[in-house]
Design a protein. Structure first.
Length: 123
């Protein structure tokens, strides 16, 4: 059972990274640099959490609850830095930085929702 969940999540991460990299390349080709950066940021967030998930699987050693606890903890810890960066950017009225940090936070929330759905057997 855990192998199926791991497989689904790994496929999800691969699909999303590939999707956002393709979008990034298309936008770069159209000289839409700002939008391309946003897609690259999304791909990077998925890549970060794909790596975290692989560490969770290794440290969990087949224990589904241990994997879940580790990954959820990191889903809470990692975005806290992005929230702090967002707040700092807001204080300095840096809207470009705020937008990038918001993209990171939104992407992490999507990952959390998909992880929960897959791990709880809703998908």
């Amino acid at each position: 059972m855990i192998e199926q969940k791991i497989s689904k999540l790994n496929s999800y991460f691969e699909e999303q990274i590939s999707l956002y990299k393709q979008c990034n390349e298309k936008l770069l080709a159209d000289d839409r640099m700002d939008e391309a950066v946003f897609e690259k940021v999304r791909a990077n967030v998925y890549d970060i959490f794909r790596t975290i998930f692989s560490v969770a699987v290794k440290t969990g050693k087949g224990d589904a609850e241990a994997v879940k606890r580790f990954f959820i903890l990191k889903l809470q810890q990692t975005p806290s830095n992005w929230t702090a960066a967002y707040n700092q950017a807001r204080e300095h009225d840096d809207t470009a930085k705020m937008q990038i940090e918001q993209i990171k936070l939104d992407t992490a929330e999507k990952i959390k929702n998909r992880f929960t759905a897959i791990w709880e057997g809703e998908e």
